[in-house]
Structures are given as C-alpha cells and as structure tokens.
Design a protein around this ligand. Sequence first.
Ligand code: BTN
Length: 297
Amino acid sequence: MEVKLNDEVQSVIYADSPLRQAVLQRLNRGQAMSHISGGSVNFEIIHFRETDSTNNRAKCYAAEGCKDRTLFVADCQTRGKGRRGRSWLSDSDSGLWMSLLLRPDLKPDKASMLTLVAALAVAEALGNIVSQTMGNTGLGFSIKWPNDIVTGQKKVCGILTEMGTDADSIDYVVIGIGINVNTQQIPESIRETATSLYLETGGHYQREDIIAEFIQSFEKYYNKFLENGSLKGIMEDYNNKLINRNRQVRVLGTSDELVGEALGIDETGALIVQTDDGKVKTVVAGEVSVRGIYGYV
Ligand code: BTN
C-alpha cells in the first residue's frame, strides 16, 4: 500500500529499518515456538527516525487504510503527547515511543479496555526484559490503574489511547506507549514521580528486545480479550499487577470526592472501590484518575 505522509509534518521514515528487522528476527525465532502451542505473531512495524507523534502518524495511516496490528515507532518525537493535553518529553532515542494501530470489530464502548490490555502486556514485557538482562533484581513492574506502569513507586511508562469511530463501531484504536528506557536524567519537575529502566536497574536495554517482548505479551492477552469481548480472561493477571489493589485511593475528577480501598478491576476494566462506610462503587476508566492517599501510588 502506498502511504502519503502529511507534508506539514517533517517525518523521516526508515525505508529498511535495522530496528524493524531486529524485532521481526526476534519474533520469528519466538514464532517457531509459539506455533507449537498454536499461537502466531502477526505484526507490521513502521519506524520513523523523527516525527511529531507516533499517535498522529498512526491516525494518518489509519485514514489511508493501514492494516490492523501495525506498530509505529519513532526514535524521536517533536510533539509527543501525554494524557490530559500534556506534552510528553520524547526528543531523543533514550526511550521507546510507539503507537499500536488496532482495527477490531467492536463497539466503541469496549475501546477503553484495550488500554488495560496494553498496560498488562507492557508490565509483563518489562519484567521479562529486566530479568533477562540483569538477572533477578527483585524489581517488579506494576500497573497504576488504569494504565501507568510503575516500578520502584514511580512511573516508567504512560499510555495514551485515541479512537476513531465509524457509525457505531470502532474504525481504529491507537494505543500510544511511552517508556523511559535508557533515560539518565528525569526533569526536576517530574523527578518525584517518574523514572526510567536505567535509573531503577543500572542496565541498558535494546528497544528491539522490549518491542519483541511487548508484541508477544500483547498478542497473548489481546487474543484472550477478543475471545471474551471483555477482560474476563485476563482480569486476574491484571489484578495481580495492580499496585492500587488493597490500598487506599482517592478518585479525582468526580463531583464528590471518593476515597476508599481499591479491590481490583471488574471484567469491563472499571475499578472497584470500597468506601469506609462499606459501600462498593465502580469507577470507569477515562472519566477520572486515581491517586494513592499518600503519594503517586
Ligand atoms: C501519559 O500521559 O501518561 C501518556 C503518555 C503517552 C506517550 C506516548 S509516546 C508514544 C505515543 N506518541 C505520543 O505522542 N504519545 C504516546
């Protein structure tokens, strides 16, 4: 398929990216094994040396008919986007900046669950990569509901999901994932809450290893999600990684302040919170954010 780039954006695309080759090589090695257990890995990768935002690129490619399960990766973003209209610092290749384009045949109200599927896959992938590279560090990767990945009580990865709809079904979902990988210095303003794999472990990591590991974890959980049309089959794995579980949380963004103990997610991805008076409430992702009572988690 011929893809036109938006001329206003100075995107530099790698025609035959070594990173793409390396990821596919790693996946093909794994594929021989996953065929034995009946699985398959089916991803395309488009690699930019520089672009404004991989989410923006993925959306433009979606408009041109780009296929399901395409991953957009950039060495550097000039206008990386975070949630709530914030910017996302990603002007160097010290991190992994990528967006996954999915085109599932689902109703739009299911889209927010995909973010949780991606969060679970990232948390698992990072845990695997760190133990493969550094051995047993004892460092865990958890999820702060709904989709921040946390290690050492700080955020190492953020996820921004955007969707396009077509009548009452999903046209595309773009899941943008930013991981601070080999970042040596976190800006002062976010140092209390943000970190990188390097800062937590002292190790250096190859982005292609992380991408390959992520794709394999994502396929596993995404296929289970599609089978059920809900998080039913992966809820337990998610809850086992949920840092808020059995902790006091404050729900921000509701008219009445909601404080209580987070019990876990249900099969739609909503957070179940029990307030001090014993009432159980469900909090829907996308409407609110959750903070620990005494800090970021
Ligand atoms: C957050 O605020 O926590 C979400 C951050 C998401 C950043 C990633 S980096 C790759 C993709 N492209 C973007 O412009 N944003 C996402």
